[in-house]
Design a protein around this ligand. Structure first.
Ligand SMILES: C[S@@+](CC[C@H](N)C(=O)[O-])C[C@H]1O[C@@H](n2cnc3c(N)ncnc32)[C@H](O)[C@@H]1O
Length: 278
């Protein structure tokens, strides 16, 4: 992978280790958000679709249902573990017109293969230091007049869970080996419009989608935090530090959880939709 295409440091830990979590209820909101992205882009029966950084198939599968057997969907991801889940889920639904490939979106070749009607990407563009790289690569695989749709977290994403995590994290002494945890990368309209114009999509539509996801237990909350941008910090904590940190986080969680012991998390996002000129 060339340096300018490398994902951001705190996302560097491979997704293979958390692939099972993406198929769990703690992260099932990705399926809701994937359905919504497909809905907003507008996909027709018979369309050919490329879903990059497809993960466990949250966007790929609704796209495949939408295009039907006369269409074709290809999901690509760098993580074998994520692709295994996506493949299994497609097989359960007998979606034979979907296929998956292990490929780095930063290294997708332009001009190669079919020219797709639609290009999709759920929650991965922000993983790149230069967000235009995956977008450019995706755009290069679309036919003139083809559509692109991708999602990025909204301003309050994962709140109040993220703020809780950060406050306990900053209050707990950490060895130098533990990287700091930043806020989740989110999008703002101006930046997204400029970015899309840079990669050749004029007249972009940016639609917010509000959604909340209830995590029934602290374990579900821990799973969510361990799979997002905080993952590298958690993984780098020595066991004894991690146990202490988890105990402190549990105490703080209990203070804000509802009467049944769960917590509702904001998983609102922005859906960006554009059309290739021509
Ligand atoms: C937050 S998950 C989103 C998965 C899915 N699109 C969804 O909406 O649920 C991010 C995904 O990006 C993938 N990814 C990260 N860097 C990548 C790269 N350079 N090329 C391809 N996939 C990548 C990860 O393996 C992971 O499956």
């Amino acid at each position: 992978m060339s340096p300018e295409n490398e994902p951001r440091h705190h996302f560097m830990a491979p997704y293979d280790g958390v692939a099972d979590d993406y198929a769990s209820d703690s992260l099932s909101f990705f399926n809701v958000l994937g359905e919504q992205l497909v809905e907003m882009v507008g996909i027709s029966p018979g369309d050919t679709v490329l879903d990059v950084a497809c993960g466990a198939g949250a966007v790929t599968l609704p796209a495949a249902r939408r295009v039907g057997p006369s269409g074709r969907v290809i999901g690509i991801d760098i993580s074998e573990g994520m692709l295994r889940h996506a493949q299994r889920r497609a097989a359960v639904e007998n979606l034979d017109h979907v296929s998956f490939r292990q490929t780095d979106v930063g290294e997708l070749k332009s001009g190669e293969g079919p020219h797709f009607d639609v290009g999709l990407c759920g929650f991965a563009i922000h993983l790149f230091d230069d967000r235009s790289v995956p977008l450019r690569n995706l755009a290069a695989r679309l036919r003139p007049g083809g559509k692109v749709g991708w999602s990025i977290w909204g301003e309050n994403a994962l709140q109040p869970g993220m703020a809780l995590f950060r406050s306990v994290f900053t209050g707990t002494p950490m060895p130098d080996s533990v990287p700091d945890t930043g806020d989740l990368e989110s999008g703002d309209h101006n930046h997204l419009e400029t970015l899309m114009a840079t990669v050749g999509f004029p007249g972009v539509s940016i639609k917010p989608f509000q959604h909340n996801h209830r995590l029934p237990t602290f374990d579900d909350y821990w799973t969510l935090m361990s799979t997002c941008g905080q993952r590298a910090a958690i993984e780098n904590m020595p066991q004894e530090v991690r146990d202490r940190f988890r105990a402190e986080l549990f105490k703080a969680f209990k203070e804000i959880s509802d009467e049944d012991g769960g917590l509702s998390i904001d998983v609102s996002c922005l859906m960006v939709v554009g059309k290739v000129p021509g």
